[in-house]
Each structure stands twice: as structure tokens, then as C-alpha cells.
Design a protein around this ligand. Sequence first.
Ligand code: GAR
Length: 208
Amino acid sequence: MLDIAVLVSGGGTNLQAVIDAVESGGITNTRITGVISNNKNAYALERAKEHGIKSICVSPKDFPSRAEFNQGFLEAVDALEPDLVVLAGFLVVIPPEMIEKYRNRMINIHPSLIPSFCGTGYYGLKVHEAALSRGVKVVGATVHFVDEGTDTGPIILQKAVEVEQGDTPEVLQRRVMEQAEWKILPRAIDLIANGRVKVEDGKTVILQ
Ligand code: GAR
């Protein structure tokens, strides 16, 4: 059984996709041991509570310094004893100590086809604004392991989505979520839970 901790900052639609997949059997061998947010108003926390999942807020506002917040956050994650940490719309920079501790055991969903529209400053709606302003015709989402860089870790799954005439950033964001994010994040967790993802030379191999 893979115990996962899901880290969130906002609405939690990706968390919802994971909860639904665990409940419906789309993800097997997996238990969500807790959801942690850095933001007490994150609707994601309500989603967790509605499904009887332990939900915790660890806010930087409750700590005198960033270093102490990082320490407190890591302790909250460790307390859940996760086999896998899932960043599902978690918008806090992960401290190096946590990256080291959870190497190849922490994944992130990013709303673009990495290496396009990723890295520092590319998050949430900003990614879709940048894609529309560049005029690309295909966008998508990526699930990857987290390493020291921003969106640079080994890629696990990607899915492409077409841009349509007249898209706004909001409309495009929703299509990328529906057609890509809510599918590949649960799928990646299921693959990991069933021992089908291996990291070799900084790249993943999906075992058949
Ligand atoms: C999602 O689109 C996710 O890919 C993105 O934030 C959104 C959170 O939505 N994450 C990033 O941009 C990380 N760089 P949600 O709270 O409804 O899942």
C-alpha cells in the first residue's frame, strides 16, 4: 500500500481528481494519509475534510522566519509518514532539505508541456497567459519528480491539449485541467503505487 501526502495551496481540483480515483479504483494500492496546505483558506482543505481525510494547515504566518516555517512544514509532512509526496497545486518553493529527503518520492503536476512555460514565475494562470501570448497551438500538462531545480525533475507523464481560437487564459486553464491534469496525476500515482516507475540517469522508465 502506497501512503501519500498531498500538498495544496488553492482550489484543490487536482486533489479532488486523486481522491475520486482512489475511491473509484482508478488508483489502486494507495491511501491518502493527509492533505497539507500553506494557506488556511485553501478550498482543497474542505475537499479533504468532506472525504474524511486528515487536513492540516502549516502557514508561514505562524512562524517567525522562513527557515522555521520550512522546518515546521517538513515536520508536518514527515508526521504523515508518506511513501510519496504529491504536490497538487502547491505554490511554495520546496526547501533543499525536503527535496533530498524525498528524492524520487515527491511528484508535481505542472500545467504545461515541460520544458515549455515552466521554471520560476510560471505557475497557475500565468502559464496559460504566456502560452496564449506566444501563440502556441498545443499546450498540456506534465507530472514529474521534484529535484533541486524548478520543474526540472524526471518527467513521468505528459499529455497534450489543443489551443482553440478565442481561448482566454481561464478557458485554456480549465481545458488543460480537464483533458490533461486530472487524468495524468492520478495515472502517475497509480503507476508508482504499482511499482511501474523507475528513474534511470535522470529520466523515468515506465515498466509494462
Ligand atoms: C493546477 O493547474 C496546477 O497544475 C498548477 O496550479 C493549479 C492548481 O489547481 N500548478 C502549478 O502551476 C505549479 N507550478 P488546483 O488547486 O485546482 O489543483
